[in-house]
Design a protein around this ligand. Structure first.
Ligand code: ZN
Length: 275
């Protein structure tokens, strides 16, 4: 009898451990990493060092991750088209010049593709941002370019006509320069609401990305796709690893935080820390 109880206890413990491991480590859903600047000069929130970016890409390569494009992600989410094993979508917002100087050689070193969401009016007009020549060169090597609007306008504060104009202008600019269809949008600052989603659909975008921390699954809303912000502090490898591996846990905490705020318990919500 004692032995039976022991077996039951060990069995239950193993099941619980497997359950927790599944929930926190083998989380279903595709991770979409989100970067901004990669350089050693600007010590701003959005910038991670080239060494740190290299370490993260090196980890992904050694761990057997395969980088995918937004088309591959959406074909999987929408039609169930199979993805390579360990898929990851690597994205950059804003189109900083260092994406060409620093990130691009590192991506090539590990044979990864990535997607850069451009603020199209800044291209060729601001030395901090990419030029069309750099963009064309990277596009020739398989880097994808998509829209982050024309001027990084906060879409939730703009009029309908302005939103439509921004979404159309930025898309046309990329399509004209690269002769490639633009189907994806990253909301500037991650801001969106139902009206913005409606206008994004109307303009013909297939999907749009937020900066809500989470992974994407077949039941995800294609116009509020999650990403894993890697640009938020602290810029350490451990932080990157925690966000990639325990995405589901942080996503649940984020949902709880929003719920508490909406219920008026913002003090309680403030107590919840998401690493
Ligand atoms: Zn941005």
């Amino acid at each position: 009898m004692k032995r039976l109880l022991l077996y039951v206890a060990i069995g239950s413990l193993a099941l619980i451990t497997a359950g927790v491991a599944y929930l926190f480590f083998f989380v279903p859903g595709v991770p979409v990493l989100n970067y901004h600047e990669v350089n050693n000069q600007s010590h701003v929130l959005l910038a991670i060092s080239s060494q740190e970016f290299d370490a993260q890409m090196s980890y992904l390569a050694k761990a057997g991750y395969n980088s995918i494009t937004p088309d591959q992600l959406l074909d999987y989410l929408q039609y169930g088209k199979p993805l390579p094993s360990n898929p990851v979508l690597i994205t950059f917002d804003d189109g900083y010049e260092d994406n060409y100087q620093e990130a691009y050689p590192i991506l090539k070193k590990y044979n990864f593709t990535a997607t850069i969401f451009l603020i199209t009016d800044f291209v060729d007009h601001n030395s901090q941002y990419l030029t069309w020549q750099q963009i064309k060169e990277m596009a020739g090597s398989g880097i994808q370019f998509q829209s982050h609007t024309a001027t990084h306008i906060m879409l939730t504060k703009a009029s309908d006509s302005e939103v439509l104009a921004q979404l159309t202008r930025s898309r046309k600019a990329i399509e004209q320069h690269l002769q490639k269809k633009v189907d994806y949008l990253a909301y500037p600052g991650g801001f969106y609401n139902n009206q913005v989603i409606e206008l994004t659909k109307q303009t013909g975008y297939r999907a749009a990305f937020t900066i809500n921390l989470g992974r994407d699954r077949t039941n995800s809303n294609f116009y509020t796709l999650n990403r894993i912000p890697v640009f938020e502090l602290p810029h350490t490898f451990f932080h990157f690893w925690l966000r990639l591996k325990l995405t589901r846990l942080w996503n649940s905490l984020q949902t709880l935080k929003i719920l508490l705020t909406n219920c008026g318990a913002s003090r309680l919500s403030d107590l919840i820390y998401i690493p």
